[in-house]
Write a protein that binds this ligand. Structure first.
Ligand SMILES: Nc1ncnc2c1ncn2[C@@H]1O[C@H](COP(=O)(O)OP(=O)(O)O)[C@@H](O)[C@H]1O
Ligand SMILES: [Mg+2]
Length: 329
């Protein structure tokens, strides 16, 4: 069953005005598919995840947006629209695993709690066995001992595995992973990505992988959506988009991407996209025309006045980009 998000717009109210963090963003993810959502930091990636999960900050307002998950429709403009799906229909892996773990309970207690909600009829012994089995599945060493440990006794990579085990037990239809490996070493990154793929294959869920690393997307994802200043500029299969980017921004991203075996910067949150000259436009004030116009190397007169819609790229049904150069006369 496909997951879809349609026309999501989110504002944040600030003292200095209203920031339009997302404008009309739509995404579709097939069952068992991993969609990579990429964009510079500040482009609105986490806002997409939080809006779906119903975890937006208090100063946020969803001004439009609907989602279809497990065949049910949700009006995201309503507070807590998807609350019933949290931890069941949907699970989320954050950059910081401690956002998903409770420091005062053992790993075992937290995994068993997921099961108690998921399978209320099960007895304690079965739940303990299932929890331990989930830890083994995500290749955490010595699962029996981990059950009695507290989150602070584990490394960052091990904690992220525990969070993946929790997702495994909750069997979501949609797993959202927001920069799940950004805080980890490159070697641990590959292991964690493998566990996410393993989870996807085991339960056949759709995965939304949020990242600022194109390398991760090309290596692990089936499809890609490119976000820029709150707008989706391109989407399609990774193969198609990489072969022939429809948007100049996507082309620039692929041109400047550091190879996958890059040296990880000491500052893990370092933004690898800033190689493209210029900055994201002020989210309070959208300029007329194409949102990328000021940084584009092939813009022409119309780009300053006409806001492009999504045009198909090479008549490929699943591949579209928001660029006037794709207009058919
Ligand atoms: N609680 C908030 N209040 C005000 N602005 C916010 C808040 N959260 C995020 N933003 C703004 O919304 C935009 C998108 O942020 P975010 O979704 O976190 O982007 P990303 O995850 O791509 O880095 C940014 O301009 C950011 O500063
Ligand atoms: Mg983010």
């Amino acid at each position: 069953m496909a997951i879809s998000l349609r026309n999501l717009s989110v504002d944040y109210s600030l003292q200095q005005g209203t920031a339009h963090a997302l404008r009309g963003v739509s995404l579709e993810i097939q069952e068992g598919e991993m969609l990579g959502l990429v964009g510079e930091s500040g482009s609105g990636k986490s806002t997409v995840a939080l809006a779906l999960m119903g975890l937006l900050a208090n100063n946020a307002q969803v001004t439009s947006g609907t989602a279809t998950i497990e065949g049910k429709n949700f009006d995201l403009t309503k507070r807590n629209a998807t609350a019933a799906l949290r931890g069941r229909g949907m699970a989320m892996i954050f950059q910081d695993p401690m956002l998903s773990l409770n420091p005062v309970f053992t790993i075992g207690a937290q995994l068993c709690e997921v099961l108690r909600r998921r399978a209320p009829g099960s007895d304690r012994k079965t739940r303990v066995e299932m929890a331990q089995d989930a830890l083994a599945k995500v290749k955490l060493s010595n699962p029996a001992r981990r059950m009695n440990q507290y989150p602070h006794e584990l490394s960052g990579g091990m904690r992220q595995r525990v969070v993946i085990a929790m997702a495994l037990l909750s069997e979501p239809a949609l797993l959202i992973a927001d920069e799940p490996t950004t805080a980890l070493d490159v070697t641990v990154e590959a292991q964690i990505m493998r566990e996410i793929i393993g989870l996807r294959d085991r339960i056949g869920c759709a995965v939304l992988l949020i990242t600022h690393s194109l390398g991760l997307v090309t290596e692990y994802c089936d499809a890609i959506s490119v976000l820029y200043a709150g707008e989706k500029l391109e989407s399609g299969t990774v193969e198609e988009v990489q072969r022939q980017p429809g948007h100049p921004y996507t082309r620039m991203l692929f041109d400047c991407e550091v190879p996958i075996d890059r040296q990880r910067h000491a500052d893990a949150s370092e933004n690898r996209f800033t190689v493209i000259a210029g900055e994201l436009p002020d989210p309070r004030l959208r300029p007329p025309g194409c949102i990328f116009n000021s940084r584009c190397d092939v813009s022409f007169e119309d780009c300053t006045t006409i806001n492009p819609s999504d045009y198909p790229v090479r008549n490929d049904a699943g591949h579209s980009a928001r660029c006037l150069r794709l207009r058919t006369p």
